[in-house]
Design a protein around this ligand. Structure first.
Ligand code: ADP
Ligand code: MG
Length: 251
């Protein structure tokens, strides 16, 4: 099982959009048993997949060990894709993790889920705290969405530095230019400066995901946006396969 964290210390950069669309690509395009785990109390993933938000236990209870993950996990409308939704109880998660003093609590929970899933995709809150440190220690791969701006390179360096600070063996980090409009010269410059970085176009089809409450691949499969998410996930699968060859135990 691989844990793919979609992380940035900034909000509004495309984390939830990328996490939800990649989770769909993983389950539907690659037939991976996939769990999208929302760690941001805004519950973007639950909203995007139009989950039923009644009769839920507080998401925080999972970390406390009061309940099993299956008490919270809900199936999506797509085969192979489940969602572990967030809620406002996660507001206290950081202080709770610090009090518990278990530096790898998230990694332990992730490991428990590996019996049921091939891919765990974490939609992270825009924070630099104990939770983000635990995410970095648990992740097989970290995806960092970067809107094309001169500030993005700085933001990326910052995340790389943070990951190094919190982990003995830092996971690979994959920057993704998250909202590219090739009519804008600044965006073209960002693409030219980082030719190896994957990118997602800034288009209304992607905005529509939150309106339709479906991943773009589900309602516009041949759109450039759907294809760019599919390509991004193909690249991630290739990267994971290479990592598994290099380190069979970690795989
Ligand atoms: N590629 C894109 N094209 C157009 N709009 C986008 C794109 N990516 C994200 N957005 C929009 O930007 C806003 C922030 O995205 P979101 O994924 O919620 O960011 P985050 O999770 O980092 O806060 C949302 O309104 C979303 O619809
Ligand atoms: Mg979000």
């Amino acid at each position: 099982m691989a844990i793919i964290a979609v992380y940035s210390a900034k909000g509004g950069v495309g984390k939830t959009t990328i996490a939800t669309n990649l989770a769909w690509c993983s389950a539907q395009g690659h037939a991976r048993r996939t769990l999208l785990w929302d760690l941001d109390m805004a519950d973007g993933a639950g909203f995007m997949f139009a989950l039923d938000d009644r009769r839920r236990r507080p998401a925080r209870s999972l970390f406390a060990g009061d309940i099993d993950a299956h008490a919270l996990i809900q199936p999506s409308s797509y085969a192979g894709l489940d969602v572990l939704p967030a809620d406002s109880s996660l507001r206290e998660l950081d202080s709770m993790l610090l009090r518990m003093g278990q530096r790898n609590r998230l990694a332990t929970l992730g490991k428990q889920m590996s019996r049921h899933y091939d891919r765990l995709i974490l939609d992270c809150p825009p924070m630099l705290n104990e939770l983000s440190a635990q995410v970095m220690r648990a992740a097989t791969l970290v995806i960092v969405p970067l809107p094309p701006s001169p500030l993005s390179a700085r933001a990326f360096d910052f995340v790389v530095e943070e990951i190094r600070r919190h982990t003995k063996r830092p996971p690979p980090i994959l920057p993704v230019l998250s909202m590219i409009d090739r009519r804008r010269s600044l965006h073209c410059e960002a693409l030219a400066a980082n030719p190896a970085w994957p990118w997602i176009p800034m288009v209304s089809a992607v905005e529509q995901c939150a309106v339709q409450r479906r991943p773009v691949g589900a309602f516009a499969p041949s759109s450039p946006a759907a294809q760019s998410f599919a390509r991004l996930w193909d690249g991630i699968e290739r990267k994971l396969a290479k990592m598994a060859v290099r380190s069979p135990v970690a795989a």
